[in-house]
Design a protein around this ligand. Structure first.
Ligand code: XMP
Length: 406
């Protein structure tokens, strides 16, 4: 077993980076908010943040008054001299330990995982697959609201390349029928969320005896849900659970990424053989293009949006800016505008492009692309997508404008 350091805080300021700094020095660390959490962690050393009162404990303690910036030399001194800890924690060691834990937890039973093609569920899939092979069954719901080529990419990568037991559910008709004529954003989110759960459950039941449900929950979600100072923030973000699964399920949970920060999840994904294109992909909402097709969702509008999105992302990648922006988004607006095509006037779709820089998706600033790049993107869209007559670029910061349009 490796040494553990507790990062003890009242939750007032973010201390994730303190935990990260300790892990980067090869010592496992966890954030705790209460004396009870601290006691159950059984840490070999404690770092006090946010002026928390020193707890009754017989292990070495370090009080940080300020956590910005972190004094790495002082931290090293505390960990390796004062507390005499060993730097034995690494992501490779983590993989081995998780594989052993998953085997122990699951035994000879089967595990169901909802694979979205996003970073977290993809890494969880590979980790669990390494532990139990074919007894992991991944269900991939194609709700028809995915980006161009996405479903094929997921099948190729997981089924063909990694030989993972993958069940793809073609649910496009089911989703588009339910969404037919619905323009209200909240109503759309509710329909997509409800149908996703139903579709996933149906697929899971059809697979026979399954005892466990795997989820790609990561440490940021865990810290956020445990932090007493963040209860309000959680309520604001709750709509983002649309496209996820509810907590009250008949399956026991397997959550192998619960202790990892996002960048550690990416590194583990790379160690397990996931391509960097997948690991560095921009966030994509669970309800998919459903919330980017502003107004009514139809197959035609989705196809138009898929083409626009593919061109936009392709151009941003070619300009070498994909990794510099936090998220690049294409939306279709619920208005038509006049264009001239084949010598005549026609009313066609209007699209809005958006790219933002952000660290946490809570604040975001619009990205100032070079005018020449914007011109080449709009020229390509207008020439390659005949159903579009106008291209706009969104220059709204968050707040007040959210990143997504709906
Ligand atoms: P907003 O639009 O609220 O989005 O500024 C902040 C971040 O969350 C993503 N987002 C979602 N992610 N399910 C998700 O998994 C959702 O329903 C959802 N809605 C928004 C959004 O893309 C951005 O990164």
């Amino acid at each position: 077993m490796h040494d553990i350091v507790a990062i003890y805080t009242n939750g007032e300021t973010a201390v994730h980076h303190v935990a990260r700094a300790v892990r980067d020095l090869g010592v496992y660390s966890q954030v705790v908010f209460t004396p009870a959490m601290l006691a159950s962690l059984g840490a070999q050393a404690i770092i006090l943040c946010d002026e928390t009162t020193a707890p009754e404990a017989s292990v070495p303690m370090l009080a940080l008054d300020s956590t910005h910036p972190i004094d790495v030399e002082a931290l090293k001194h505390f960990l390796f001299e004062t507390a005499a800890l060993t730097a034995s924690w690494s992501l490779e060691a983590f993989i081995e330990e998780q594989v052993r834990r998953i085997k122990e937890q699951v035994g000879d039973k089967r595990v169901l995982l909802g694979l979205s093609g996003g970073v977290d569920s993809s890494v969880a899939a590979l980790l669990i697959h390494r532990a139990i092979g074919d007894r992991l069954v991944c269900v991939f719901v194609d709700h028809g609201l995915l980006r161009k080529g996405e479903a094929a990419m997921v099948e190729q990568l997981f089924r063909e390349h990694h030989k993972i037991n993958l069940v793809k559910v073609d649910a496009e008709d089911r989703f588009l029928t339910a969404l037919s004529g619905v323009a209200d954003p909240e109503e759309k989110r509710k329909i997509i969320g409800r149908l996703f759960i139903d579709t996933f459950h149906d697929a899971g039941r059809a697979l026979g005896e399954i005892s466990f449900l795997a989820q790609g929950t990561i440490y940021a979600d865990v810290i956020e849900s445990q932090n007493p100072a963040k209860a309000e923030g959680l309520a604001i973000k709750s709509h983002h659970n649309v496209g996820g699964l509810p907590a009250d399920l008949q399956w026991e949970l397997v959550e192998p990424l619960r202790e990892l920060f996002k960048d550690e999840v990416r590194k583990i994904g790379a160690i397990l053989g996931l391509p960097s294109q997948l690991l560095t992909r921009h966030p994509f909402p669970g309800p998919g293009l459903g919330v980017r097709c502003v107004g009514a969702v139809t197959k035609e509008r989705l196809n138009t949006l898929r083409e626009i999105d593919a061109i936009f992302i392709d151009e941003v990648r070619k300009a070498g800016l994909y990794d510099e922006v936090f998220q690049a988004i294409a939306c279709l607006l619920p208005v038509k505008s006049v264009g001239i095509r084949a010598g005549g006037r026609s009313h066609q779709e209007v699209c809005s492009l958006r790219a933002v820089q952000s660290v946490d998706a809570i604040h975001a600033s619009w990205y100032p692309f070079d005018a020449n790049l914007l011109r080449s993107i709009s020229t390509r869209i207008l020439s390659e997508v005949p159903t579009v007559s106008r291209v706009l670029y969104d220059i709204s910061d968050k707040p007040p404008a959210t990143i997504e349009w709906e």
